[in-house]
Design a binder for this molecule. Structure first.
Ligand code: GRF
Length: 207
């Protein structure tokens, strides 16, 4: 069965690109990105989608201020219209800056993945790399996890560690972490598509 992927992205879309490339090269088989959705009209992720002949949809959130569920209903409809269903779909959050509401998380239960630029549970939320630098950790990294109702808290699939150097800036650390993001996000998607992720409570076993 081919897994139909929908990607939600708000920004430059380098993780989206890593997944597009991993499918194209055959590293991830039996999966197709059916749609890329953004809450930002000028997200470069939408450009990347168009360049790869993937439908790119902008959904304006401004009329839905304070009505997150209604906005997410549009996201759900768009996913389903493009064949990303709760049966065969996989939703990837790739730099998506909005918090998902409960109905979409429930509908795609354990079928939504997120990438976060820290070793969770350390430094959840915004500016994780800056938080890591300010805290003074010697190692940071990135985490791919299932999305749950609580932000940055779902079961962890893969993590990668990078060193933090004395002369690091937010930019240099972010760049080092990003290289690992581009490696482990496609790997996690591959494991999902191959049906090799077994969830036992908070623990995700790789078969
Ligand atoms: C990445 O650092 C990711 O971990 C975080 O947002 C950033 C998105 O970058 N969730 P990009 O849009 O994939 O280039």
């Amino acid at each position: 069965m081919t897994i139909h992927i929908g990607v939600l992205a708000s920004g430059r879309g380098s993780n989206l690109q890593a997944i597009i490339d991993a499918i194209k090269s055959g590293y991830i088989k039996n999966a197709e990105i059916k749609v890329v959705i953004s809450d930002k009209a000028d997200a470069y992720a939408l450009e990347r989608a168009r360049a790869a002949y993937i439908p790119a949809v902008y959904i304006d959130p401004t009329p839905y201020k304070g009505r997150r569920e209604e906005y997410d209903k549009l996201i759900i409809n768009t996913l389903i219209e493009h064949g990303v269903t709760p049966d065969n779909g996989l939703v990837l959050l790739a730099g998506y800056m909005r918090i998902l509401s409960q109905p979409i998380i429930q509908l795609y239960k354990m079928r939504i993945l997120n990438i976060h630029p820290s070793l969770l549970p350390a430094f959840p939320g915004l500016k994780a790399q800056k938080q890591a630098l300010e805290y003074g950790v010697k190692y940071s990294g990135c985490t791919v996890h299932f999305a749950d109702v609580e932000v940055d808290k779902g079961p962890i699939i893969l993590q990668a560690v990078v060193p933090v150097y004395d002369d690091d800036t937010e930019e240099s650390l972010s760049e080092r972490i990003l290289r690992e993001e581009h490696r482990i996000y496609p790997e996690a998607v591959k494991l999902f598509v191959e049906g090799r992720l077994k969830i036992e409570g908070r623990r995700v076993k790789i078969l």
